[in-house]
Design a protein around this ligand. Structure first.
Ligand SMILES: [Mg+2]
Length: 305
């Protein structure tokens, strides 16, 4: 346990020492049959992901995670060994990101669900969704589309072999919350707008656009995709634009900040994918400056996914 936890699990409540900084509080659930199937991976990875998706929300605000509580909805047919392994995965991620698991609850249900409520605190600026301004550049960390390509592989909708398959499936089962990158973003003045990519690049950009009352222009040719994504999907960017659960950070920063300077500050690859405009529309341009045909179907593809 960290110094912030006065009393961990075992009493009616955990006791945490007060924070002088603004506190961030978030919750997320992973539901069997909706967000995962047990056949897709080991319980350790399921546990790890159930905490990582919450950590990603703290990362999106530029915060530092502090402590979490967990509710397990347990169905019949799962043994104690399964839950030991699930908790092992949760604990490994909690330790990696200095987060205390300070309490839990178990309920019976007809399907397995893992719900995590996570408390964090702001570091410097809070990288909210409503901070984008016209002429900001739009950046994304890492690569996008890997997780949903991995999901498509697990669901038998896309085929891939060898290292590409392994990489994409791992990105779906065990995403990396960008905590350190988020903390570095929060140091930048003026504070950038940011969001984590959970629903898909375009949809999450839409949340920034809406909250900031601005528009956006995206250059499809600059969307960063991995070589594994290319191996599985070719030139099809639909999952990179519309697929969710990458848990990378999408952010908008003033135009004098270069990709290189940002990558160095954040400690992860950073790519510029477009810019914020006045108005309220999001325009996606292909290599020839018009909407690329392969992009038109991305929303339908998502709806059928
Ligand atoms: Mg989020």
């Amino acid at each position: 346990m960290t110094r912030r936890t006065i009393l961990g699990p075992g009493d009616d409540c955990a006791i945490l020492s007060p924070s002088r900084r603004p506190q961030l509080f978030t919750i997320d659930s992973m539901l069997e049959g909706v967000h995962f199937r047990l056949a897709w991976g080991p319980p350790e990875k399921l546990g790890a992901k159930s905490l990582s998706v919450n950590l990603s929300d703290i990362a999106a605000m530029g915060g530092k995670p502090i402590a979490c509580v967990i509710n397990l909805a347990v169905r019949e047919g799962l043994e104690a060994r399964f839950f030991d392994r699930l908790y092992k995965g949760i604990r490994s991620v909690a330790e990696r990101y200095d987060t205390d698991v300070v309490g839990g609850n178990v309920t019976r249900a007809d399907r397995l669900a893992i719900t995590v409520a996570l408390l964090g605190e702001a570091s410097r600026g809070v990288t909210r969704r409503d901070l984008a301004r016209a002429d900001d550049n739009i950046f994304v960390t890492g690569t996008v589309g890997d997780s949903s390509a991995g999901l498509a592989i697990l669901s038998g909708k896309v085929s891939a072999r060898g290292a590409a398959r392994k990489f994409l499936v791992e990105r779906h089962l065990n995403p990396t919350p960008r905590i350190e990158a988020g903390l570095a973003l929060a140091e930048i003045k003026p504070t950038p707008a940011a969001i984590d990519i959970s629903d898909g690049l375009l949809q999450d950009l839409g949340h920034i656009i809406e909250r900031s009352h601005v528009g956006a222009e995206i250059d499809a040719a600059t969307i960063p995709v991995s070589s594994a994504y290319r191996a599985a999907m070719g030139d099809d960017l639909s999952l990179a634009l519309g697929g969710g659960e990458d848990y990378e950070l999408l952010f908008c920063a003033r135009s004098d900040l270069s990709e290189r300077a940002l990558a160095e500050a954040l400690g992860v690859p950073v790519h510029r994918i477009g810019r914020i405009t006045k108005g309220s529309r999001t325009v996606i341009r292909g290599a020839d400056g018009t909407l690329a045909p392969k992009l038109r179907g991305w929303d339908q593809l998502r709806a059928h996914g």
